[in-house]
Design a protein around this ligand. Structure first.
Ligand code: SF4
Ligand code: SF4
Length: 424
């Protein structure tokens, strides 16, 4: 990575803590990613992005700000990034997948709270995330209780705008979300001094739909046996989709897809045919949370699909592009959200349909239901999902974990036993 100390200092970061946080990353990345066998050549770009994760992209954002453009961060796939882009801004999905900032967060938050929420707040308290520091404001949402209350606290450190997400998928809920989207549009217009019109919004919708399409294309290559790319690499790409400049990301993932589609034609995979194919379903895995994929893929399995917000829930729903005027376009943005089957909805039976459909599409041998510790909504949905999977004869286990390494040995034993069972 280049020398960005001056930029980090100007952003007001805690340089000492930041050094401590970043120090293990290159070694960890080498072990987990670079050392994988038979990686696609086009992964080079994503390796470069990680090597510059707090450098080059942040510098781009600093320059965007100098040019008078907004930088807005969020934590949930419901937040319509299209509106931010339509106003000439940059949208960042903040990662909250590291253990490092959690002790700081536990000084101000209860310990028995989801690690994602604790890490979100912890990164800000520690001043070790340049994306937080470069952001004009943060957008929260009323999805789960932990997040809802965390925004009040976060607002003491950075302006935090909250969108009220309905908890049901009725017509009235969609209307409420549409009204929230309109309110958010006005907020962005005020903050940026730019008008969001039908033309710039159409361009933004088209761009972000393209980003989702290219992710779908990438995931499609995993539907064959043998899979041409590891689950760990795809997880990384999906995580980076929340950070990278959309146009560049689309171009680089397209290049990767071309390579993978060629591999598929040649029957070439990263593992041999017949390797147990695993789908992960459950809570998101934000950067740099790679633990579960790594355990599965170093225990003789391959992850071929993630039914999560760092997976299919991010890209399967497109925004309809037929909207003829601004009102119709805003309604289309609201419509998309009602198709994202997050456990914060009640009822949420469509998620069962998604999991069963994806298990078939990706030729899955078994499902690992992944739950971040203290996430009650996803934990409680296990009952219905596992019942439906078992009725279809698809083996499933539930794993609850956090971002620490304290349970690695125990998880490895359970995952190995599950994979052995799948191999009969
Ligand atoms: S799991 Fe739900 S609350 Fe969390 S990012 Fe996904 S949609 Fe948002
Ligand atoms: S994983 Fe669960 S508890 Fe954690 S932020 Fe997402 S919905 Fe909330």
């Amino acid at each position: 990575m280049g020398d960005y100390y001056q930029m980090w200092k100007e952003l007001g970061m805690d340089l000492e803590r930041h050094d401590e946080f970043l120090a293990p990353v290159p070694g960890l990345y080498e072990d987990l990613f670079i050392n994988q066998k038979n990686r696609p050549r086009a992964m080079e770009y994503f390796d470069f992005v990680v090597s510059e994760i707090h450098g080059l992209r942040v510098e781009e954002l600093v320059n965007e700000k100098k040019n008078g453009n907004l930088v807005v961060s969020s934590f949930c796939v419901f937040v319509p990034e299209e509106l931010i882009i339509a106003a000439g801004g940059s949208s960042i999905g903040l990662c909250a997948g590291a253990q490092f900032p959690i002790p700081a967060a536990e000084k101000v938050l209860p310990r028995d709270l989801c690690p994602l929420v604790k890490a979100s707040v912890g990164f800000k308290l520690e001043k070790i995330c340049p994306y937080f520091e470069v952001s004009d404001f943060v957008v929260g949402e009323t999805t789960c209780d932990g997040k809802k209350k965390a925004w009040e606290l976060l607002n003491e450190y950075i302006p935090t705008y909250v969108m009220e997400l309905p908890q049901q998928k009725t017509k009235a809920s969609q209307k409420l979300w549409e009204a929230e989207i309109k309110r958010f549009k006005e907020y962005i217009e005020n903050k940026s001094g730019r008008t969001i019109d039908s033309e710039n919004l159409a361009a933004a919708i088209e761009l972000i739909n393209k980003k989702r399409s290219v992710l779908q294309r990438l995931y499609n290559t995993r539907k064959v046996d043998p899979a041409p790319i590891s689950g760990k690499d795809v997880l990384l790409i999906t995580q980076l989709a929340f950070f990278d400049k959309p146009e560049r990301f689309i171009e680089k993932v397209t290049t990767l897809c071309e390579e993978l589609e060629q591999r598929v034609k040649e029957g070439k995979g990263v593992v041999s045919k017949g390797t147990p194919r695993i789908m992960i379903t459950g809570t998101p895995m934000p950067l740099p949370h790679w633990k579960i994929h790594h355990l599965i893929e170093t225990s003789g399995g391959i992850v071929v699909c993630e039914e999560s917000c760092t997976g299919t829930r991010y890209f399967e729903q497109q925004v309809p592009e037929e909207g003829r005027n601004l009102d119709e376009q805003l309604a289309s943005l609201a419509q998309r959200a009602m198709g994202i089957n997050c456990a914060c909805f009640t009822p949420n039976n469509e998620r069962i349909d998604d999991v069963l459909r994806l298990a078939k599409e990706y030729q899955v041998d078994g499902v690992i239901y992944y739950n971040l510790q203290f996430c009650q909504t996803y934990n409680m949905e296990y009952r219905k999902i596992s019942k439906a999977l078992k009725a279809e004869g698809i083996p499933v286990i539930q794993i609850e974990s956090d971002y620490s390494d304290s349970d690695t040995g125990q998880l490895k034993t359970r995952i190995q036993a599950f994979l052995e069972m799948l191999q009969g």
